[in-house]
Design a protein around this ligand. Structure first.
Ligand SMILES: NC(=O)c1ccc[n+]([C@@H]2O[C@H](COP(=O)([O-])OP(=O)(O)OC[C@H]3O[C@@H](n4cnc5c(N)ncnc54)[C@H](O)[C@@H]3O)[C@@H](O)[C@H]2O)c1
Length: 370
């Protein structure tokens, strides 16, 4: 057993009180949330959906205690935390209701489809003193934490940040999904859906902030089987600058054949490069002028080994990140702070970047980001 693996005693020390959860929306990600709640020893008390019949099916599938209406979930005094896993358009309204009812909230990204709503939610969570997080879960790869720790310890800030996030699930015009309809998905599709993960990750890892950007949107299909006229982007190319003067670029696409969930970045500074690849997340590549190396997960810094729950060679993945994110959110509820927990303020940051991307694409100008 690796000495860097999280030991049983450490795990027991960090165990938190059992909390009662409710999930709204049980599609792809709602089920991931349900598994993460269970994996952390918490109780999935209730689920709700678009209607009570769907909720009943969902409750049976994930083994929740009850299927309820969303209204009943909000007023259930036994529920401590509500997970919002619906299409984007419902996030702001549901998160507002949950906070007003005194619930801690985990709201899926994008937190809201407008900056004003994201700002209002961030302020409301602060005012109510409730824990309110957004699942930017790629932060929870041990190799991502390792890259972050190595960069923080470096004498030289990176001067070039670049990468891509590519998928192919929309590569056919016959695929039907609510994300294609801006009335459900919001005004940005590829950036709002996956671009926000990449920019959150690059800012988290480097500690830098994107201060200005120039974006072009790409639309391959002008119509799709469920949309005679498509209004949102299939992809984007973006160049940007950061507060330290670094330059960067990002390529986004949901129509790149063969690319399933290819989130990749490289950060380059004087004498080093670090590369993270979400489809091969168990190692971090380090480039040097004379020697290149590969750090195995768990071999590294303190902040990273906390998330390495298996010895290297026994791959960890997406669900493990999700479990770790839920663990940290729930321990923030029980006991306070947690390093690197993505909160509503980070969802607001993503909303600001989304608005800047849309404005830049529309005006064909560089846009400043607050
Ligand atoms: N953090 C991540 O890595 C990640 C990954 C995937 C999706 N997401 C986000 O999660 C959300 C859901 O995405 P998905 O892929 O699970 O979608 P999905 O289509 O698979 O599931 C959406 C679910 O919401 C339910 N629903 C629809 N309208 C509802 C309403 N009014 N009230 C309650 N439930 C309703 C649907 O019945 C469905 O079960 C999106 O906002 C998406 O951006 C985040």
């Amino acid at each position: 057993m690796s000495t860097n693996t999280f030991s049983r005693t450490e795990r027991e020390q960090t165990r938190v009180a059992t909390l009662n959860a409710g999930i709204i929306g049980l599609g792809f990600i709602g089920e991931v949330h349900a598994r993460a709640i269970r994996a952390n020893g918490h109780n999935l008390r209730a689920v709700s959906a678009a209607n009570i019949d769907i909720a009943r099916d969902g409750a049976q599938k994930v083994g929740a205690e009850f299927a309820v209406t969303t209204e009943a979930m909000m007023s259930d005094p036994e529920i401590d935390v509500i997970h919002i896993c619906t299409p984007n358009i419902f996030h702001a309204e549901l998160a507002t209701l949950a906070l007003q009812n005194g619930k801690h909230v985990i709201c899926e990204k994008p937190l809201a489809i407008s900056v004003a709503d994201a700002q209002r939610l961030t302020e409301l969570a602060h005012e109510k003193k409730l824990v309110a997080t957004v699942p930017f879960i790629y932060r929870y790869y041990p190799t991502v934490r390792d890259a972050r720790a190595r960069l923080a310890a470096s004498d030289f800030a990176p001067h070039l940040l670049h990468g891509y996030y590519l998928q192919d699930w929309l590569a056919s015009d016959e695929v039907e999904n609510w994300r294609i309809d801006p009335k459900l998905g919001g005004p940005s599709r590829a950036f709002g859906d996956i671009g926000v993960h990449w920019v959150d990750l690059i800012e988290f890892v480097t500690g830098q902030r994107i201060t200005r950007l120039n974006a072009q949107l790409m639309r391959v299909f002008e119509s799709r089987s469920d949309a005679p006229s498509v209004g949102t982007e299939d992809g984007a190319t973006i160049i940007f600058e950061t507060n330290t003067g670094a330059q960067g670029s990002l390529v986004l696409s949901q129509v790149s054949a063969g690319r399933k969930n290819k989130l990749w970045f490289s950060v380059e500074g004087h004498g080093y490069s670090y590369v993270f690849d979400q489809e091969n997340p168990d190692s971090l590549w380090q480039g040097g002028v004379d020697v290149n190396s590969t750090f195995m997960r768990g071999s590294a810094s303190e902040g990273a080994s906390r998330f390495s729950i298996l010895p290297a060679g026994h791959p960890q993945g997406y669900q493990d990140c999700f479990n770790a994110f839920i663990a940290d959110t729930y321990s923030a509820i029980s006991s306070g702070e947690s390093d690197g927990l993505p909160r509503f303020a980070d969802g607001l940051r993503a909303a600001r970047l989304t608005a800047a991307v849309l404005e830049s694409a529309k005006t064909q100008q560089w846009v400043e980001v607050r």
